[in-house]
Write a protein that binds this ligand. Structure first.
Ligand SMILES: C[S@@+](CC[C@H](N)C(=O)[O-])C[C@H]1O[C@@H](n2cnc3c(N)ncnc32)[C@H](O)[C@@H]1O
Length: 166
């Protein structure tokens, strides 16, 4: 949902994550940690993670003004990638975030996470998000995502630096 409380967020950031995107990595997320799904959207992402058995904080609050949970698991607004990557680096806590695969080439990823043990999970198929406008799903918007994403992971201590999902 674009905008909550006093904030106004960009409408073109409203791309909601399908449950399958969290189901596909549920085996890689520890069950004994509190997850902060830090970017609210329509609230469903937090519900999906809860349904998968995780202890989840998912509230309509500003990511930049809060620091909650043990692990950040989220799909953030891509228009703010630079600021988000900087903030994640400052927080220095474990995270799994969905972002376009092209982001690994950006100078801000390099500046903040070069040689810091970043790990990547590669989805088996493209993740298709649901586009929302004014809080409602756009009719006919299905399987229309035109870019690929990775799950960028930090301090998750996976066995492999690149995890290829089956
Ligand atoms: C790509 S959507 C994903 C929403 C949800 N995390 C999901 O996976 O379905 C990102 C959302 O972050 C929200 N957002 C933008 N800036 C934010 C901020 N500073 N703090 C918290 N949420 C923000 C936008 O309103 C948008 O709905």
């Amino acid at each position: 949902m674009a905008g909550f409380q006093t904030k106004t967020f960009l409408k073109h950031d409203d791309y909601m994550t399908p449950k399958s995107a969290w189901e596909n990595i549920a085996h890689l997320i520890p069950k004994d940690k509190i997850i902060w799904e830090a970017f609210y959207g329509d609230g469903k992402s937090g519900e999906y993670l809860t349904e998968l058995g995780f202890d989840v904080i998912h509230r309509p609050i500003d990511f930049f003004e809060n620091d909650l949970g043990d692990i950040i698991v989220s799909n953030p607004p891509f228009s703010k990638s630079k600021e988000i990557i900087k903030r994640l680096s400052e927080l220095d806590k474990p995270f799994i975030i969905i972002m376009p695969s092209s982001k690994i080439n950006t100078s801000y990823f390099r500046e903040n996470f070069k040689n810091k043990g970043l790990q990547i999970i590669i989805p088996r198929k493209r993740i298709h998000f649901t586009k929302h406008i004014d809080g409602k799903p756009v009719e006919g918007w299905k399987n229309a995502t035109c870019f690929d994403c990775f799950y960028y992971c930090y301090k998750m201590n996976f066995d492999n630096d690149i995890e290829w999902l089956l």
